[in-house]
Design a protein around this ligand. Sequence first.
Ligand SMILES: C[S@@+](CC[C@H](N)C(=O)[O-])C[C@H]1O[C@@H](n2cnc3c(N)ncnc32)[C@H](O)[C@@H]1O
Length: 214
Amino acid sequence: MLNPEDFIITRKRKKYKFAKFANSPICYELDEWSQRPVDVIEIGAGNGLFSVEMAKRFPQIQFLALDVKGDRLQKGAYEATNQNINNIYFLRARADQLASICHPKSIESIWITFPDPFLRRRSSGRRLTNSYFLKIYQQILNSNGALYLKHDNRDFFCWSLEQLVINRWRIEELSFDLHESNLVDSYKIKTTYETRWLEDGLTINFVKALPPLS
Ligand SMILES: C[S@@+](CC[C@H](N)C(=O)[O-])C[C@H]1O[C@@H](n2cnc3c(N)ncnc32)[C@H](O)[C@@H]1O
């Protein structure tokens, strides 16, 4: 039986999460962000717990978890604060704003973790691995930089591989079953969605690609 009070509480909870985002000193809106130095960006980070774990393992590297949803990002921010992890920021912004978020050729790694696949053909312009976004990533990655993509959906993943190849990106590492592969352990740090898909018995597709040689 549905209780209308639950909905009111849910909405309040969302506002509460936005307030937590606003109150955290490591969470930023775009107009508060002044191109701080960053090495690694996770795009569509959700709650950012993957980046938090990466930041914990690699304290000498500066991480940025980026998502359009501040109520999700705040979760990772409080986790990082509780664990005294000081090398991570959280930014509420869209992927197409990346060129105003970091300096050209300044980024070492871009992670795209389980982006919404937008499977309808007419929605392909919204996929974070289409040619438009790949050009933005190319602008901000440095000469040794790399793009990392993880996804459960094989059709979306193969479409993304095609986009990389068409745009002359170089495939350096590839697996259609990341967690059974010999690839390095840090690639296997699980995002929240990844944990869910693995529990459902799905395998995880993974690619590391280098930008085109200019
Ligand atoms: C399927 S969720 C995956 C979340 C997380 N990476 C994970 O694996 O648990 C996709 C996330 O991408 C974010 N997103 C979608 N489009 C975006 C865009 N253009 N720029 C930044 N984030 C975006 C959504 O808000 C959502 O949190």
